[in-house]
Ligand binder design. Structure first.
Ligand code: NAD
Length: 434
C-alpha cells in the first residue's frame, strides 16, 4: 500500500493555502507552488493573504518546513501526491474558463512520473477530471489509473467561517478508478475525519456544483420574494424570520444586493454550459443566475427612489456605499455585487465613494478605482448612504445616528433606532424603527 508523504499543492489561495497548512499539521512534507511571485513572496514572509488563516499559523507552518515556490523553483517530481487548487473563473460571455486548470495540468505533466497521485480540488463541471485534465496529463505518455492515480476532491472552504476548514467537515472524493479513489481518500483522511468515497470523479464534481447551486437558487428565491414584498407593502425580513421558526423543511437564506465571491455567481454557469453539451437547458439554474445578477440594478433604483423622496436626483447626488467585500467580515472582494452597484450609480451621474474596513481599495465594474474613506467622512459627505455588506466591524449605530438617508440592502438597521423615512429597506420599503 502506497503511503503518500510528500505533497505539492498548486495554487495557494483561499483553498490551496488552508489545505497545505492542514497537510503540514498532519505531519506531511508540503511544498506550495503559485504562479504569482507576489503571492509566493508574501507567504514566504509569513503574511497570510487569506481570511481565516492568521499570520501566526502560517509562520508556524513555515517553521515546520512548509516551502513556497514559484513553479520554476519547485520540485513537483519529488512529490508523491499533487493537489491542483487553481481558480476556475468564467469568461465575459459566462462560459467556463479552464485556462488555469489546463496551465496547472501542463505543469504537472512536465514533471509527472509513474506512481504519483494527482488530485483536482478546483470547482468545475462534471467531466473535467476524466476529460480535459486526464487528456492533458496523459499526453506525456503515462496512463491514468495505470501509471499514476487521478481523482477529484472538492473543497468546502467558506471564507469568513473558520469552522468550514475544520477537520470535522466531511470531504468528498471520486477517482477515475476505484484504486485512485481509495488512495486519494486515504490521503484526505490524514486531514479530515470523514471522507466520502464516490463512484466517480464526475459524481464528485456534480455534488460540489449541487452544493453551490443550491445556495444560488435559494438566494434567488428570496431576492425575488424581496422584490414582490416591496410591491405588496410587506417586509421580507419579517416573512423570512417567521418561516425560519419552522424547525424542519426550511433553511434560512437572506436577500441582498446580489451574490459574489469565487463560487456562487460562477459555478451555475459551469453546470449550465455542460448541460448544453447534452442538449439540456438548465432553465432553473440560469434563471437563478439572472435574478441575482439583476439585484445591483435594483439597488441603484432604490437609491434613486430614496433621493427622490428628498427632492433630489441621482445625477449629481453624493452616494456613500458601505461595504464592498463580497460578503460580511471578509476582505475578499472578487465578483462582489458592489462592483456593479458602484458602476450603475456612476453611470447615472452620481458621485460615489465607499467605506469598507476590510477592503482598502476597490475597482468598480466600469474600471473606476476607489479608495476607502473613513466612515465619519463618508457619512458627512453623502446625501445617501447605501449599506451593501453588514460587516460586524462597522459602527452601525453611528451610521443610523448620523446619516440623513440610508438604503439598507442587508438588514443592517435591525436593532437600530431609526427615524421616520430615514431608511429605505430592500424587500421592505420605508421604515422607521423607533
Ligand atoms: N474561495 C472559496 O471559498 C472556495 C471554496 C470552495 C472551492 N473553491 C474553488 O477552489 C478553486 C480555487 O479558488 P481560490 O478561492 O482558492 O482561488 P484564489 O484566487 O484565492 O487562489 C488561486 C491561486 O492559484 C494561483 N494560480 C493560478 N493559476 C496557477 C497555475 N497555473 N499554477 C500555480 N498557481 C496558479 C493564483 O495565483 C492564486 O494564488 C476554485 O475552483 C474555486 O471555485 C473556492
Amino acid at each position: 500500500m502506497i503511503e503518500d508523504r510528500r505533497v505539492v499543492v498548486i495554487g495557494l489561495g483561499y483553498v490551496g493555502l488552508p489545505l497545505a497548512l492542514s497537510l503540514i499539521d498532519a505531519g506531511l512534507e508540503v511544498e506550495g507552488v503559485d504562479v504569482s511571485p507576489t503571492r509566493v513572496a508574501e507567504l514566504a514572509a509569513g503574511r497570510s493573504p487569506v481570511d481565516d488563516i492568521g499570520d501566526d499559523r502560517l509562520r508556524l507552518a513555515l517553521e515546520a518546513g512548509f516551502r513556497v515556490s514559484v513553479p520554476e523553483a519547485a520540485s513537483p517530481a519529488a512529490a508523491d501526491a499533487l493537489f491542483i487548487c487553481v481558480p476556475t473563473p468564467i469568461t465575459a460571455s459566462k462560459d467556463p474558463d479552464l485556462g488555469p486548470v489546463r496551465a496547472a495540468a501542463e505543469y504537472v505533466r512536465e514533471h509527472l512520473r509513474a506512481g504519483q497521485l494527482v488530485i483536482l480540488q478546483s470547482t468545475t463541471y462534471p467531466g473535467t477530471t476524466a476529460g480535459p485534465l486526464r487528456a492533458i496529463l496523459e499526453a506525456g505518455g503515462l496512463v491514468a489509473g495505470v501509471d499514476f492515480d487521478l481523482a477529484y476532491a472538492p473543497e468546502r472552504v467558506n471564507p469568513g467561517d473558520p469552522l468550514s476548514m475544520a477537520k470535522s467537515v466531511p470531504r468528498l472524493v471520486g477517482g477515475i478508478t476505484p484504486a485512485s479513489t481509495d488512495r486519494a481518500a486515504r490521503l484526505l483522511r490524514r486531514v479530515n475525519d470523514r471522507v466520502e468515497e464516490m463512484s466517480s470523479a464526475d459524481a464528485a464534481e456534480m455534488a460540489k456544483l449541487l452544493e453551490n447551486i443550491f445556495r444560488n437558487v435559494n438566494i434567488a428565491l428570496v431576492n425575488q420574494l424581496a422584490l414582490l414584498c416591496e410591491r405588496m407593502g410587506l417586509d421580507v425580513w419579517e416573512v423570512i424570520d417567521a418561516a425560519a421558526t419552522k424547525p424542519f423543511g426550511f433553511m434560512r437564506f437572506s436577500p441582498g444586493p446580489g451574490v459574489g465571491g469565487h463560487c456562487i455567481p460562477v459555478d451555475p454557469y459551469y453546470l449550465a454550459w455542460r448541460a448544453r453539451e447534452f442538449d439540456f437547458v438548465d432553465r432553473f439554474v440560469e434563471l437563478a443566475g439572472d435574478i441575482n445578477l439583476a439585484m445591483p440594478r435594483h439597488v441603484v433604483e432604490l437609491v434613486a427612489d430614496g433621493l427622490n423622496d428628498r427632492g433630489r436626483a441621482l445625477k449629481g447626488g453624493r452616494v456613500g456605499v458601505i461595504g464592498v467585500a463580497f460578503k460580511r467580515d471578509v476582505r475578499d472582494a472578487r465578483n462582489s455585487p458592489a462592483a456593479a452597484v458602484l458602476a450603475g450609480l456612476a453611470a447615472h451621474g452620481a458621485r460615489v465613494a465607499y467605506h469598507d474596513p476590510h477592503v482598502p481599495s476597490f475597482i468598480a465594474a466600469d474600471g473606476a478605482s476607489y479608495t476607502s474613506l473613513e466612515l465619519p467622512d463618508l457619512i458627512a459627505e453623502s446625501d445617501v448612504v447605501v449599506a451593501l455588506v453588514a460587516h460586524r466591524a462597522i459602527d452601525w449605530q453611528r451610521v443610523y445616528r448620523d446619516a440623513d438617508l440610508v438604503v439598507d440592502t442587508v438588514d443592517s438597521s435591525r436593532g437600530q433606532t431609526t427615524r421616520e423615512r430615514q431608511v429605505l429597506r430592500l424587500g421592505a420599503g420605508w421604515s422607521g424603527r423607533p
